[in-house]
Design a protein around this ligand. Structure first.
Ligand SMILES: Cc1ncc(C[n+]2csc(CCOP(=O)(O)OP(=O)(O)O)c2C)c(N)n1
Ligand SMILES: [Mg+2]
Length: 381
């Protein structure tokens, strides 16, 4: 067992085991400045209202062209992890985030502009990626958000390439790769952790275990209860954290980030969490209501018992963060309500702005494909 005393937290990381169960990390985040704590709550409600607004739009507006793999329910993971990162300065300065097919929470937590993001989700010409990306390929180099990735598997391998480059340059950046429980069974997961461990890369694998990959429970593809136990094989810290509690997520992320920056190598963090909507799109969504229950026509059967969804919704990341901050005297109820109302308004305005934006033109499809003129050979220059 390796103590991480330098981080000042009342926690320790065990090499090769799930280091500490939810609740044991102690609220080290309580020592953060109030502004920082309020920022984490704000990030959570901004993500939540982005998701709710978009889900309602998908369910109610047949002309809406956007789609999403909704992140509602998992907000505390993105918010807690990104609060421990440097999110400014472009790819040579900011910490880098590699995201998944479920990227909208990661993007907002990293600092993506919500209006440009909403426009991108509708494939508008003024979207953050000029309409080329949509939800599944969102990216913003200026904040170190390398981007979403529709492929289950290869992302972390590329992320370790960035971590290797950072190490070679002697930069103090770190790389975070988000991945789902579905990535455990891919060869990339294991190659990534093996290489990151052998090369002692500044790399953190944040595995969001929301119990399902598409429509199958993770126990169908992983023999362990805690996927963090896989870290034992690679002799790196493996940490289980309550993914519904942003302050606990922040604690473990901060320790892992400090470790990586200090040249001590990678960490695997498994955040136990849950998503409130179905795997993809808005089946089962009733406008105005949070979450989707019951039959998903894309699944073979109704794979998630409604009571399971509702039980997880009792441990809602918005409510947990809000109650902790009210309990600590950091927020009043009235201020928390104001912050949430402002987040809702921001999301409504972002989608309204996006709806007014111009569509791409057919000829835009050929932009960035062919280069005009002569391209000098650069590989030896
Ligand atoms: C290589 C590859 N195989 C299959 C898919 C289809 N697919 C999309 S999402 C998904 C499951 C992902 O599950 P998980 O990693 O747990 O993430 P979650 O959706 O739960 O966030 C699969 C198999 C894909 N996108 N890429
Ligand atoms: Mg999953």
């Amino acid at each position: 067992m390796k103590s991480v005393a330098s981080a000042g937290a009342a926690v320790s990381l065990m090499t090769g085991q799930s280091a500490f169960a939810a609740g044991e990390s102690g609220y080290w985040s309580k020592d953060l400045p109030n502004d920082k704590l309020v920022d984490m709550f704000t990030t959570i409600v901004r993500i939540r209202w982005h998701e709710r607004t978009m889900a309602d739009k998908m369910a109610s507006d047949p002309n809406y062209r956007g789609y999403n793999h909704f992140y509602a329910g998992q907000e505390a993971v993105a918010a807690g992890v990104c609060a421990a990162l440097n999110n400014k300065g472009g790819v040579l300065e900011a910490d880098l985030v590699y995201s998944t097919h479920r990227p909208t929470g990661h993007a907002i937590a990293k600092g993506m502009d919500m209006k440009k993001m909403a426009a991108e989700e509708e494939f508008k010409a003024t979207g953050i990626n000029n309409g080329y990306a949509g939800e599944m390929h969102l990216s913003d180099a200026s904040i170190g958000f390398i981007g979403a990735d529709g492929m289950i598997g290869p992302g972390p391998v590329i992320a370790t390439g960035s971590a290797f480059a950072i190490k070679a340059r002697g930069s103090k950046q770190v790389v975070v790769n988000f991945g789902g429980d579905g990535t455990y069974a891919t060869p990339h997961f294991h190659a990534t952790l093996n290489n990151a461990a052998l090369l002692k890369l500044p790399f953190i694998y944040v595995l969001e275990n929301n119990l399902y990959h598409q429509y199958a429970h993770y126990s169908y593809s992983c023999p362990m209860k805690d996927i963090a136990d896989a870290a034992r094989t690679y002799r790196i810290p493996g940490v289980v954290v309550d993914g519904q509690d942003v302050f606990q997520v922040y604690n473990v992320a901060k320790i892992a980030v400090d470790r990586a920056r200090a040249g001590e190598g990678p960490t695997l963090i498994e955040a136990k969490t849950y998503r409130y909507y179905n795997h993809w799109g808005a089946p089962g969504v009733k406008p105005g209501e949070l979450g989707a229950f019951g039959y998903d026509p894309l699944a073979i059967s109704s794979f998630r018992p409604e009571r399971e969804v509702r039980a997880w919704m009792q441990r809602d990341p918005v409510v947990i963060a809000r109650d902790v901050l009210i309990n600590w005297g950091v927020l009043t109820r009235a201020r928390a309500d104001q912050i949430e109302a402002a987040a809702k308004q921001e999301a409504i305005e972002a989608f309204a702005w996006a709806a007014q934006q111009p569509n791409c033109k057919p000829e835009d499809g050929l932009r960035n494909v062919f280069v005009e003129g002569v391209v000098p050979a650069r590989q030896f220059g």
